[in-house]
Design a protein around this ligand. Structure first.
Ligand code: GLA
Length: 735
């Protein structure tokens, strides 16, 4: 097949890579630095058939050989389909299911046309990756079902530099009656392999992002979220790998859904041996009615391909998200060391104890003080978690003069040994309401509910219906009023329960659209505020939130040893720059474990937003004395964590010595973290072999000894520890 070049950007960035999008009639090629994606239209059926998604290939590729067709599975069930519709003999899980007004659920989408667009159009109302015409190009394939007059526009955007292909679908009803979209996957891909492993991140509150790897079996393997948000239980992320793929070797495909609502991931090995992966809306919470002339846009799904193992897959996602997803100006810079009041004081404070804590924070070198839960509520003061949510006014008993004078006093403080003024941040949970609140007294109808069914409470609270414009407006106004009332430069936006009763399944997605409007308006109105997402820890750690908030509180579990696996698990899909991580008190409030202060701090400084979550006044003297030095170290490594590439050298699930190397963007500096979990007595010490360095270059290691990259990668470094819970942080500098 000779490819006719229909599309070419005369731009320096794309010039370094093969041409991003090539269309030869109805054969399509998307090309990245190390990735090729190929598909074509079947001339007979009009179906879109996948040919390749993997490493680079030449112009001519062998097409699928289909043997004798026998049995109940007809041709359509034996091919690799890009947009599998329902009801015509492909018995694998479909990417779309539409109930037409007559009740049919059959669809027949055939290719109609295609177009190539420079750059990448925004998705209406939804978060999405973005880039200039130099960064990304888009191919839109229009499919049409002539029986129902429904169009499906499949969008494929390629970021060649990141080996990333981003997909989404627009479904438009051109008919005369309402249709109902019962399911819609953002991504659907059939890989021609029988033996694959799948990796996903499962968990629960306080133990998020546990890496789960299993081989894909025949039949359907499904996971997702049904609690209205991306949730703690499963992250909207999937990797498929060869069974032999490791962190550093082998093929890995990563899929990441840019969405904060309930979702479903289906991985199905069909009877013919191909493996289908779908990611998108959770069908049990969709039933989206589409009147004539209207369009439903799916969230987008990012796919990356790596030939360098799971680590390579993660680094592609990290770079893409740092550069082309997170809108905040703080995406890769300026994350002050903070002290958050939660674990230090919980709900038990007044303005003088808050000021004392802020002074303590400044005294150990923090640059930002964050007032967490408990500062608000007038008629229903928030003294515990059973009142006040929804009433975003300072509690007059705790702050008789409002917030402003206190904020002024705090922002007049100087962080220890600097001339830097402290900044002030504040906690909100704006999507929620306590029945004990003025807001609920006035607007009980604003809480999500389903007719007469009881409104189930969790943490004594209900969820506001963000699908309602009046609720969105109330939140925007009440949050902006507080932000305008004082010098507030940081917001922690929390969300502490799932969604249960809704007026209809479709409310779930309508809520998301409303929530994104609120996020967008507030972050646009307050671009100088550093926004942090949170949902009982990492209950909404997803790319949708990251579009607006450059960092997310990774977990309510602040135990350093548990945090190693939570943070490394989270890093499968998300850049370390996005993780909030704090040094907290011992014994740890969640696990009861006591870990040395240096280890606690070293784990936390692997997150882009390093902080303290304790009251220094009650710390052990020796521990407290160590904090300023640890803060200084965190600030030294922070630029590398924010911008650098992460190499997971040893995983906590495999090794007693988890180790991570971060290499700065310009490759001139690197920082190595090595931990010991259990004691090692009368036994040799492991060699930590570095990765990702330039083998020819020389690197000065902390103590001044210079080694070549080859030496560091082929021999490695050794460390001896004593007792449980050791750690080492080593700086490397290219000579
Ligand atoms: C959630 C958050 C915590 C803290 C509390 C306050 O659990 O994850 O960090 O803010 O709420 O109620």
């Amino acid at each position: 097949m000779s490819l006719l070049l229909l599309f070419f950007f005369n731009c320096p960035n794309l010039m370094r890579y093969p041409i991003a999008i090539v269309a030869d009639g109805t054969h399509f090629a998307l090309n990245g630095k190390n990735v090729a994606y190929r598909f074509h239209v079947d001339n007979t059926t009009g179906d879109l058939l996948g040919d390749h998604f993997g490493g680079s290939v030449g112009d001519n590729i062998p097409l699928e050989v289909i043997g004798e067709v026998n049995g109940w599975v007809s041709d359509i069930g034996r091919v690799r389909r890009e947009f599998p519709d329902q009801g015509r003999g492909d018995y694998r899980v479909p990417a779309i299911s539409i109930r037409q007004s007559e009740g049919y659920t059959v669809s027949e989408f055939r290719y109609k046309s295609h177009k190539i667009i420079p750059g990448k159009p925004a998705l209406p109302g939804l978060p999405a990756t973005m880039g200039t015409e130099e960064d990304v190009s888009t191919l839109v394939i229009s499919m049409y079902d002539k029986y129902s007059d429904v169009a499906a526009d499949l969008s494929y955007s390629i970021f060649p530099k990141h080996d990333a292909i981003v997909r989404s679908v627009n479904v438009t009803n051109h008919g005369t009656g309402n249709i109902t979209i019962e399911s819609l996957a953002s991504l659907s891909v059939d890989l021609p392999y029988e033996d694959l492993d799948m990796i996903n991140l499962r968990g629960d509150w306080a133990r998020e992002a546990q890496r789960e790897r299993r081989s894909v079996a025949y039949g359907l393997q499904s996971f997702g979220s049904s609690n209205g948000y991306s949730g703690h239980l499963h992250n909207p992320f999937l990797a498929l790998t060869e069974p032999s793929t490791t962190e550093s070797q082998g093929e890995a495909w990563g899929f990441s859904l840019v969405y904060t609502g309930s979702f479903t991931v289906n991985v199905e090995k069909g009877s013919q041996g191909f493996t289908r992966a779908l990611m998108g809306f959770n069908p049990s919470q969709l039933s989206w009615v589409l009147p004539p002339g209207e369009t439903l846009t799916s969230p987008e799904c990012v796919s990356v391909y790596s030939k360098d193992g799971i680590g390579g897959m993660s680094r592609s996602l990290h770079r893409l998200y740092r550069n082309h997803l997170i809108k905040s100006k703080f995406a890769t810079s300026d994350r002050p060391t903070l002290l958050n009041s939660w674990e230090g004081l919980y709900f038990d404070f007044n303005q003088s104890s808050i000021y004392d804590l802020a002074k303590e924070a400044a005294g150990v070198g923090a640059k930002l003080f964050v007032l967490d839960d408990g500062w608000f509520g007038k008629e229903y003061p928030r003294l515990s978690d059973n009142a006040g949510l929804g009433d975003w006014v300072p509690n007059p008993d705790r702050f008789p003069d409002g917030l402003e004078p206190l904020v002024k006093k705090i922002t007049d403080l100087k962080a220890a040994n600097t001339s830097t003024n402290m900044r002030f941040g504040i906690w909100f949970e704006p999507e929620m309401v306590n029945p004990n609140s003025t807001l609920y007294d006035e607007h009980p109808d604003w809480a999500l509910h389903a007719g007469p069914y009881p409104r189930t409470e969790a943490r004594n609270q209900l969820v506001l219906n963000l699908a309602l414009p009046e609720v969105q407006d109330y939140i925007i106004k009440s949050v902006s009023d507080v932000l305008k009332s004082a010098d507030i430069s940081y917001v922690k936006w929390d969300n502490n329960r799932g969604i249960n009763e809704t007026p209809s399944p479709a409310t779930n997605h309508a809520y998301m659209l409303g929530m994104y409007r609120v996020f967008n308006e507030l972050t646009t109105q307050f671009p100088d505020v550093l926004w942090e997402g949170c949902a009982s820890g990492g209950g909404r750690f997803d790319p949708g939130v990251l579009q607006y908030f450059p960092q997310i509180w990774t977990s309510d579990n602040t135990d350093a040893i548990d945090r190693i696996s939570i943070q490394l698990g989270t890093s499968l899909a998300y850049p370390p720059s996005a993780m909030g991580a704090h040094l907290s008190e011992v014994p740890n409030h969640q696990t009861g474990r006591t870990v040395p202060v240096a280890v606690r701090a070293h784990v936390a400084m692997m997150g882009g937003s390093f902080g303290l979550e304790l009251n220094p006044a009650v710390m052990d003297e020796e521990d407290k004395a160590a904090v300023p030095g640890l803060v200084a170290l965190a600030e030294k490594v922070n630029p590398i964590i924010l911008n650098g590439d992460m190499w997971r050298l040893n995983l906590p699930e495999d090794s007693n010595w988890p180790a991570v190397l971060f290499i700065a963007e310009d490759a001139r500096k690197a920082v190595l973290f090595v931990f010991q979990v259990a004691p090692n007595v009368n036994h040799s010490w492991p060699r930590i072999k570095l990765q990702g360095l330039d083998p020819q270059a020389s690197y000065k290691v902390d103590d001044g000894v210079v080694y070549t990259g080859a030496t560091l990668m082929n021999i490695g470094l050794q460390f001896a520890f004593k007792g449980d819970y050791g750690s080492q942080v080593v700086m490397l500098e290219k000579q």
